[in-house]
Design a protein around this ligand. Sequence first.
Ligand SMILES: Cc1cc2nc3c(=O)[nH]c(=O)nc-3n(C[C@H](O)[C@H](O)[C@H](O)COP(=O)(O)OP(=O)(O)OC[C@H]3O[C@@H](n4cnc5c(N)ncnc54)[C@H](O)[C@@H]3O)c2cc1C
Length: 397
Amino acid sequence: MPILRRIANPALEQPKFMPPATDPGARPRVVIVGGGFGGLYAARRMRNLPVNLVLVDRRNHHLFQPLLYQVATAELNPSDIAAPIRHILRRQLNTEVLLERVMAVDTASNRIILRDGDLSYDFLILATGATHSYFGHNEWVNFAPGLKSIEDALQIRSRVLLAFEKAEHEADPSRRQTWLTFVIVGAGPTGVELAGALAEISRLTLTGDFRRINPASARVVLLEGTDRVLPTYTRELSEAAKRQLAQLGVEVHTGAMVTNIDSEGVTVGTKHLPARTVLWAAGVQASPLAKSLHVPLDRAGRVLVDPDLRVPGLSNVYVVGDLAAVRTDGWSATWPLSERMALTSPVSPPRQFRREFTPPTTSLARFGAKLRFRFDTATRDPWPRSAERLRLHIWAG
Ligand SMILES: Cc1cc2nc3c(=O)[nH]c(=O)nc-3n(C[C@H](O)[C@H](O)[C@H](O)COP(=O)(O)OP(=O)(O)OC[C@H]3O[C@@H](n4cnc5c(N)ncnc54)[C@H](O)[C@@H]3O)c2cc1C
C-alpha cells in the first residue's frame, strides 16, 4: 500500500493517521525529515527497532558538508562527497526513503505536508538543518554565494577558476587585480577553510599554468565582523588559526563590518574593496520548516528543545542537528556545533524509541552506546584525489 496520500487541498482533509493506542498491532511510523548527518544517523540507529521508518529528503543524496570547500576549490569532485540516501539505507529493511520536499508540519493532526500530498506519523524527527543568512540583505546572494550544497560548491568553483582566466586576458593592471582579489566574508570554520584553500590554490596548485599573470599574486582577504577569527572557539585556537592563515598569505581583517556587496566588490564601513569574487561564510539560519511547528525558536530560528531533543509540549516530535537549540542552562545556552548533532547527544531519539518500543527480549545494548564521529584532516595533503585519503573514523564507544 502506498504510504503517501495524495490530496487536493491538505487544509480541508482529515488525517488518515491512527495512533498506535487504537491499533496495538501496528508498528509505529517514525518519519525522519532530512537525510543529513542528524537524520541519517537517527535512521541508522533505529535500524533494528520495531518501527516503520520513512526518511524524507528533498534531495536523493546525503552530503558530507565538511568537504564541500574542497569541491568548491576543485580538489574533490561532487561524487566524492555525496552518496544516494536510498543506497546508504538499502539493507535497512524497516526503512523507506521518499524523495519529497516537506512544506510544513501539522502537529495537530500528526502529518507532514508535502508538495503534493501528506504523510502521517506517530513520531517525527525533524533534521532539516540550516541555510545561509544574509542578515536581511538577500540582494547580496547573487554577488556572494554561500557554501551549503553541491550546487553552491560548483558555482564557487566556476567563479574562482574563471576569475584566474579573466585576469589572464585583462590588460589593465587595476582591473586585472580586481579579478585576482578573492574576498571571503565571515571567519568561522567555513570561511577560514575556504580562505586557506584559495591561498593554497593560488600559491601552489596553479603555479606555472598561466603566461601573463602570476596566480601567487592573488589577494585572499578574509573579513570578520568580530574581533577574532573562529570567534566561537577559544582565543588560543583563534590565534593559531590567524598565524597559519598569515603563513598562507591570507589577509585577515577583524572588526570589519560589511555594509554592501555588489558586482564591483565589498564595502567595509565606508571603505570599498574592489573584488570580482566575493564568497559568503558569515551567517546561517535554521530551515524555515521550524516555523510551522509554532513553538519557541531562538534568534537563528532553531527550535528550542529539551536535552532529550524533544520539542516541549509536543511529546512525539524531536528536532536534531543544526535545526535544534538544546536547552542546557536555561534557554540561553546552545550546544556547540558538534554536540548538536544527533550522534553525540546524551539522549538521542533512538534511545527514546528503544525505551518505548523494544521488546524486552531484544538485546539492543549497542544502541545505548554513543556513536561518535571524528573527522581528522591531519593527513590531508594539498591535493587529495578522493575522500578515502582523508581519515574518517566512526566508532562505537
Ligand atoms: C562547508 C561546511 C563545512 C563544515 N565543516 C564541519 C566540520 O568540519 N565539522 C563539523 O562538525 N561540522 C561541520 N559543518 C557543519 C555540519 O555539516 C552540520 O552541522 C551538519 O551537516 C548538520 O547536520 P543536519 O542533519 O542538521 O543538517 P544537514 O546536514 O544540512 O541536512 C539537512 C537535510 O535536510 C534536507 N532538507 C532540508 N529542508 C528540507 C525540506 N523542506 N524537505 C525535505 N528535506 C529537506 C536537506 O536536503 C538535507 O539533506 C560544516 C558545514 C559546512 C556547510
